[in-house]
Design a protein around this ligand. Sequence first.
Ligand code: ACO
Length: 331
Amino acid sequence: MRRARILGTGSCLPQRVVTNAELATRLTTSDEWIQQRTGVKERRYVDDGIGPSDLALTATNRALDAAGLKASDIDFIILATQTAEHEFPGTACFLQKKLGNSGVGALDVRDQCTGFLYGLSIAEAFVQLGKYKRVLVVGTEVHSTGLDFSDRSRHITVLFGDGAGAVIVGESESADRGILSTHLHADGKFAEELWVPAPGSIYPGRITHKLLDEGMHYPFMNGKAVFVEAVTQMINVSKEALSANGLTPADVTHFVPHQANLRINESVAQRLGIPSERCDSSITRYGNCAAASVPIAFDERVRSGAVKEGDIVLMATFAAGFTWGAAVMRW
Ligand code: ACO
């Protein structure tokens, strides 16, 4: 079977930096609380009128440049987001319009912070089967327009930032190099532990004044349940992914976990036995960018020259749903 590999990476972070001190002017919080509990020092917010497809476009163009390709070379688009630009159609279609490559398939993935890995796994399968040659996978989020800046949600609002990350997946020229495997999981019994209930087709009118007054259009999170399950499942799926390839944590050169909370990642890395310098911590600068966190972090590592041929990369994510997953690749 063909092996898929990442041909190029790109990312896009909005210019506007929002520090913890700035948030403390809008919420009852402090830089000390946020850094101690989450690790976040600052995050980025878009300017008015910028949507996830705009961030995705820039990230995609950078990934195309890195791969030496043009938009017309992409033969399938996969876009993961938990902050859709509109109710429908999917944000992938808005990105496609901006890319100008009409006609190819465009798929939205709704697996929140695990969405990028679900998309990567679909792209891997398409390339392995020979169905498509070059698949764009992009994670993109604009959280800042949908956060509750009242104290009720201060444990959530301080976490999130805006950004996008993209990869182009194509066929590897070598059987040893590329995506070694992907592993996806979900457990819907936790669906209401981390969710945005409205708007929804279950409510007559989808969104009502009552729902708005109750703040049902904002994220709700049982932070402790998320923390415990995230640590457990990211460890489990990392071990599953490594052992499927005859690897151990000692073989991992770059651990790129989802950036939900620095404490979660430190705990996962420590319990896996991966040294902290091999574990990405970009949450400190960008907050939690959900589906975009892993491709942003990976793009930064690639562009800095840190990722060398032959390196083993482990990506692991945990998200609302709950969903979780991992990917292992040899660069
Ligand atoms: N600033 C100051 N104080 C705060 C803030 C804030 N932003 N948020 C909560 N507090 C206060 C609470 O009011 C509470 O005060 P009290 O003890 O006087 O009642 C105290 O801090 C503890 O509040 P909790 O909500 O219980 O906070 P917790 O200790 O659980 O920490 C946190 C919250 C950091 C979010 C933690 O639950 C966590 O990390 N959970 C993991 C969830 C996560 O990372 N989610 C990311 C998004 S989901 C994803 O990407 C998978």
